[in-house]
Design a protein around this ligand. Structure first.
Ligand code: AMO
Length: 443
């Protein structure tokens, strides 16, 4: 390998290049995933960035003789001839002429990673061994699919004139209220880890009109639940000059349609490993919060104990209802009670007890919160005061309102939550590469 103008050049090719090199001698690099000894020959399965590649060793192919230094877990460069795989239509393999071992593992694998899927191991063991368990192609596929979701979100918003932003994660104030905020000692001063990029994305609306961010946010969740992480990836956008919060719901619908198309096109193999069913997205049904509560009591005969928010079981009921009634995996619920929404949410002028806000449920779990925000300075200050907040603590945020901002709104979509429900996981931790929960900060 030599370096020209800062670019690495290697004579090796990838599996995708195999069809163009049939009959030629080439090389490929990868990790030895599996060795299957047969009588008189052996399969050496290489794990490359995205594929597993079948290489066949036989003394008939060349003078090269494979020995014990070639073992599972080795990083290798394999040289050989590309041929069509006679047993599998449309697949190619390599007849080995030589293997150069680039590095060898110090110890054997702590568990079997080279089967179709990991054995049924406890979640804690899986997560403790993530640097290894992720090498299993089915496990690896989760985060390739997740890449596709974030990529789709990004690509769609670029196509709609959004600007990508990166905002601070060390903040002077919490944006979402509540007790689930991490406090941090900052050279003797108390600061906080960002619960969301809410303030910054709003501040940037008068600058760029439409902004988005895909980045980590932090929530000090005190309970161990199957749907909460202490650090998760939030996909946020904020847009100016909206006519109503329905503009935001439309933008999200467009983004979700684009994401599903992209997954279908570019991530089919990974989805197949999980037998994942992509949702069809047409017009997503919309129901008002109080009407949804009525559906739960009247149609499902469940007694409501809290009229300010949904219990997880109620969301599941609504998920089933949306599927049965509208054939939709998604449901927008709008007009949440003001009491349960943050201070920046705009109240509905028609009934200020409710907000111009929404959640999106996907297969019965909340994946998005969004809505219209207060843009008027005096209105925002008044709402803060009514909640016992001191506007002086939010001076830099309120600068945006003070010096003028357009009607605007936006949303936050939890990347792990959508991944979890797309792949049918029971626990959100499976959808986080290196999850952080109340008991876990490693790996
Ligand atoms: P909210 O707090 O509802 O809204 O969060 C938005 C979305 O983020 C996901 N989410 C979580 N995912 C994993 N673990 C958690 N602990 C967790 N908490 C939330 C959910 C949720 O729907 N600023 C607003 C958004 C906005 O209005 O723009 C906000 O953060 O998918």
């Amino acid at each position: 390998m030599d370096t020209i103008n800062g670019q690495n050049r290697t004579d090796c090719i990838g599996y995708k290049d195999f069809p163009a090199h049939v009959g030629e001698t080439v090389c490929i690099k990868g990790m030895i995933h599996r060795i299957r000894e047969m009588t008189g020959f052996a399969f050496v399965i290489l794990r490359t960035a995205r594929e597993t590649v079948q290489c066949v060793y036989s003394p008939d192919f060349s003078d090269y003789r494979m020995d014990e230094s070639v073992a599972e877990g080795c990083a290798v460069k394999v040289t050989g001839k590309v041929v069509k795989d006679e047993t599998r239509e449309g697949r190619y393999e390599m007849q080995i002429h030589g293997i150069e071992v680039l590095s060898s593992p110090a110890e054997p694998m702590p568990l079997v990673i080279n089967k179709k899927q990991l054995d049924n191991i406890p979640i804690d063991l899986d997560l403790n061994l993530r640097p290894v368990t992720l090498r299993n192609p089915k496990e690896r596929a989760v985060f390739k699919i997740q890449e596709g979701i974030a990529r789709g979100f990004r690509e769609y918003l670029f196509s709609q004139g959004f600007t990508e932003i990166r905002t601070p994660k060390i903040c002077a104030q919490g944006a979402e209220g509540g007790a689930n905020i991490f406090k941090l000692d900052y050279f003797g001063k108390q600061v906080f880890l960002a619960q969301s990029p809410q303030f910054y994305k709003q501040m940037l609306v008068p600058v760029y009109e439409r902004v988005f961010e895909v980045g980590p946010v932090f929530r000090a969740e005190h309970h161990d639940t199957s749907r909460h992480l202490n650090e998760y990836i939030s996909m946020d956008f904020e847009m100016g000059f909206i006519d109503s919060f329905y503009d935001i719901m439309n933008m999200e619908t467009g983004a979700l349609k684009y994401i599903m198309e992209l997954l279908k096109k570019d991530y089919a193999e990974e989805l197949a490993l999980w037998s994942a069913q992509l949702p069809e997205i047409g017009d997503i049904p919309v129901v008002k919060f109080m009407d949804a509560k009525e559906v739960i009591t009247k149609k499902f005969k469940k007694k409501i104990t809290d009229y300010r928010d949904f219990e997880p079981e109620e969301e599941q009921i609504l998920g089933k209802w949306a599927k049965k009634e509208f054939g939709s995996d998604f449901l927008f619920v709008t007009h949440y009670p003001s009491e349960k929404r943050p201070f920046y949410a705009m109240d509905d002028p028609a009934d200020p007890a409710y907000t111009l806000s929404f959640d999106l449920l996907f297969r019965g779990i909340e994946i998005t919160t969004g809505g219209q925000r207060i843009h008027d300075y005096n209105e925002q200050v008044a709402k803060m005061r009514a909640r016992g907040m001191d506007p002086a603590d939010f001076e830099s945020y309120l600068m945006a309102h003070k010096y003028g901002m357009p009607p605007h709104g936006g949303l936050g979509l939890g990347l792990e939550r959508i991944t979890m429900h797309l792949l049918g996981f029971k626990n959100v931790r499976y959808a986080s590469m290196f999850p952080r929960d109340i008991n876990r900060v490693t790996p």
